[in-house]
Design a protein around this ligand. Structure first.
Ligand SMILES: [Zn+2]
Ligand SMILES: [Zn+2]
Length: 341
């Protein structure tokens, strides 16, 4: 059931949330998410931003103008803490640094990914994707289209954060909480002195974030397992007010985190049952086509389809990691099968 609070970007306004915290909606052109909520946290030395928004001239105008409407001159920004490397969060961080001299901070695991992406040529990227799709059992039509339209690599941060690190924000206590899953270096930011948690994409009030494995057949990581642990992690911080990067602010992060955890647990149970009904092992593509998405699999265009496959792969990997299914290797295409009971 859809809640009624979803409103388009055009109805969003910069807001003073009290306690020296404000939010600015920054549009994501052409994306159904609509906007990123960029937060500004005051300090005697100047504001620190949590995330920065998508790299686009309209987004930059919205950020600069929105901060201005709240009495904040973007040139006075001291720093940008990025919750994770995705372009709707890190995209404008470099631009903010250019005009203000602000530092950019990011978790060390995402900073390492940014280094990797910046060193990755377009040709390498296409080859990597084609191999990954082939091993997952994708058809030739999916191969060509997915490689197009890649956003530019994010700016390298000046500061790398670890779990529990205090953000440089004089007079306030803002701590990084490592919450891997959506990305390996995703962080939430706990404003300890105000009982608030900037949740990035980790916990959103209505939708659940994308959690995928790339390449799809990697067996040395378990992003969904990490994500579920990270939901427990923020639940243990107590009943905090949620300040997410999309949608709207919400009370009680712990309750919402528990709800998201249940959603994935149910999905895992259904997926295990689906594999148990089949005699033959299934490819990641076959499994993805059988799972429930926001639109029928046949109607998904290549990019959402490749993300759905990543999500299917993350669920398969979590089931494998917890000993509930097995991987059939040896052939070029990886397949998964229920354990004999
Ligand atoms: Zn994200
Ligand atoms: Zn996002």
């Amino acid at each position: 059931m859809r809640k009624t609070r979803r409103r388009p970007y055009s109805e969003q306004r910069p807001r003073d949330l009290g306690g020296g915290v404000s939010s600015v909606p920054v549009p994501i052109p052409g994306n159904p998410l609509g906007y990123t909520l960029v937060y500004a946290v005051d300090s005697p030395r100047g504001p620190v931003l949590v995330d920065a928004g998508w790299h686009h001239p309209d987004a930059w105008e919205a950020l600069r103008g929105g901060l201005g409407a709240l009495g904040i001159d973007v040139t006075t920004v001291q720093g940008v803490v990025v919750t994770h490397f995705h372009p709707d969060h890190a995209g404008l961080a470099g631009r903010v640094r250019e005009v203000s001299g602000a530092w950019i901070a990011m978790h060390e695991a995402d900073a390492a990914l940014v280094r990797l992406m910046r060193g990755f040529a377009d040709g390498d990227h296409r080859g990597f994707q084609a191999d990954m799709l082939r091993r997952a059992g994708a058809g030739p039509g999916d191969m060509v289209a997915v490689s197009a339209d890649r956003p530019r690599a994010p700016t390298q941060p000046d500061r790398e954060l670890g779990d529990g690190d205090l953000i440089d924000l004089p007079g306030r206590e803002l701590r990084a909480v490592h919450t891997p899953g959506h990305t390996p270096g995703h962080i939430c930011l706990h404003l300890v002195d105000a009982g608030r948690l900037f949740t990035g994409d980790h916990v959103l009030p209505d939708i659940t974030p994308h959690v995928g494995v790339y390449p799809y057949d990697r067996d040395d990581v378990d992003p969904l397992g990490d994500f579920l642990d990270s939901l427990d992690r923020v639940g243990e911080l107590g009943p905090l007010d949620g300040l997410p990067a999309h949608e709207w602010t919400f009370p009680d992060v712990a309750a919402r985190a528990a709800e998201i955890r249940r959603h994935h647990e149910e999905k895992l149970v259904r997926l295990a049952a689906l594999l148990a009904e089949r005699a033959e092992p299934l490819t990641i593509w076959e499994v993805a086509a059988m799972m429930t998405w926001n639109r029928p699999w046949a109607d998904l265009s290549p990019v959402p389809r490749s993300m759905a496959a990543g999500e299917a792969a993350a669920h398969l990997r979590a089931l494998e990691a917890s000993g509930r299914i097995r991987r059939v290797s040896g052939l070029d295409t990886v397949r998964f099968q229920a354990l004999e009971s």
